[in-house]
Design a protein around this ligand. Structure first.
Ligand code: CMC
Length: 391
């Protein structure tokens, strides 16, 4: 009988891959103890105050802040690819109206490969261009599906609007309020990148097999979908709506913690203090609430936060980006199930930057699993099998 050969080195299992480094990177730095986040060396506060999503995308993917002509070039590239081909729109028309928009987005990004005569390429510039073409189309896909499922015709991009404003325009057919477009732009900047999170790692694994960029970005979308990652923004808003008013916040928090339920929009694997993105979004949420007469919603969120922090005092569980992003999107008039697709729409920049950076010194990602099962079991005829795992 075959015997398990002795393992020579002591095996350490890094469940959840906590503190495992998979590459060197120049893209993003997070100091989770000091509430700091930098994209390519620039602080998130500076980028949120002065940059645009297009510029931040350029910065993340190419590594430096673009000149006028470089910014014009990426802006034109996005404009050129934003429109969906009629046959691709026909495909979206066939999706069941009740589909979850994240399922639609995952399927649609994967399907874009079918309309690319040469999806596979080893050339890094070609890969980057393909990723930017996908990035350009994602808001159009999300908006088109939303319009179709609500019985409306998709609206083609207007042209000459920012990526953020085009998205709002394609959702409603109306020129967005400039402040709303600004808030969406900042939200896209804040979600664009976050080092080696689960979805970025998934993209990196797929890229390391030399797969095409459609596969790379589809992996990211699938991974972002889960409620512990991208899906938390929807859950956090649902909590605020369910709690309903500030007076109910304390009892909600006490009950949730007593029953070991997580407060959505709280806690983070890396931040052990305030998430700097949360601080920026909370300010925007407060401003939007005033503008849109949504004080009760905002005050309820603040009351949940205050109560949760009181009961979680002494822990490292602080509000994260998702505690106010959902509220911001809700106040912009966006359906709750579009929040995670918006996260994906923004994070494609970071996914692309990491996939390309990894490919520049590629090594197939292939970790190991420690085998703890049985070996050498005799093959038994079907009639004599117990239907259970062997003892
Ligand atoms: N509410 C209450 N308790 C919590 C929470 C929370 N939101 N988050 C963590 N804890 C507790 C958890 O129950 C555990 O307690 P115990 O040790 O008694 O079992 C302890 O904190 C450690 O939890 P963990 O899951 O091992 O910690 P983690 O580092 O893996 O957690 C997390 C990270 C994001 C999965 C978790 O905080 C969570 O589930 N939060 C709610 C979902 C959420 O807001 N996700 C968005 C993350 S930010 C966006 C993104 O990066 O995608």
């Amino acid at each position: 009988m075959y015997k398990l050969s002795a393992i020579r080195e002591p095996v350490v299992i890094h469940k959840g891959l906590d503190n495992v480094y998979v590459k060197e990177s120049r893209i993003c730095y997070i100091d989770g103890e000091a509430s700091k986040l930098f994209y390519r060396g620039y602080s998130i506060e500076e980028l949120a105050s002065h940059s645009t999503f297009e510029e931040t995308t350029y910065l993340l993917i190419y590594g430096w802040l673009p000149t006028h002509s470089q910014l014009d070039q990426i802006t034109r590239q996005l404009e050129l690819h934003r429109t969906l081909e009629p046959q691709f729109l026909d495909l979206i028309r066939k999706f069941p109206a009740k589909s979850d928009p994240m399922d639609v987005l995952r399927t649609a990004v994967s399907a874009l490969a079918l309309y690319d005569p040469q999806p596979m390429t080893d050339d890094i510039t070609d890969k980057t261009d393909k990723a930017l073409a996908i990035l350009a189309k994602v808001p159009t896909i999300i908006a088109a599906f939303h319009r179709l499922r609500t019985g409306n015709n998709p609206i083609p991009p207007k042209g000459n609007l920012s990526h953020a404003a085009e998205f709002l325009y394609m959702l409603t057919g109306r020129d967005p309020d400039p402040y709303d477009a600004h808030v969406m732009d900042v939200a896209l900047i804040l979600h664009a990148e976050h080092e080696m999170n689960a979805s970025t790692f998934a993209c990196t694994v797929t890229a390391s097999t030399l797969a095409d960029m459609y596969s790379v970005l589809t992996s990211g979308i699938g991974t972002l979908r889960g409620p512990l990652h991208g899906g938390a923004n929807e859950a956090a808003l649902k909590t605020v709506l369910e709690v309903g008013n500030p007076g109910n916040a304390e009892s909600y928090v006490v009950d949730a913690l007593a029953h070991k339920r997580r407060i959505m929009g709280f806690g983070h694997r890396v931040y052990k203090t305030w998430d700097p993105r949360y601080l920026i979004l909370k300010k925007l949420a407060g401003e939007l609430a005033q503008k849109k007469n949504q004080a009760k919603l905002f005050d309820t969120a603040v009351a949940i936060e205050t109560s949760a922090r009181k009961h979680l005092e002494g822990t490292t569980i602080f509000p994260n980006v998702d505690s106010y992003s959902g509220i911001v999107f809700h106040m912009l008039g966006i359906e709750t199930d579009l929040f995670t697709p918006i996260f994906a729409m923004s994070r494609i920049s970071g996914w692309t930057a990491h996939a390309i950076e990894y490919l520049e010194a590629n090594r197939l990602i292939r970790p190991k699993a420690l085998y703890v099962g049985k070996l050498g079991l005799p093959y038994t005829p079907i009639e004599t099998r117990s239907g259970k795992a062997p003892e």
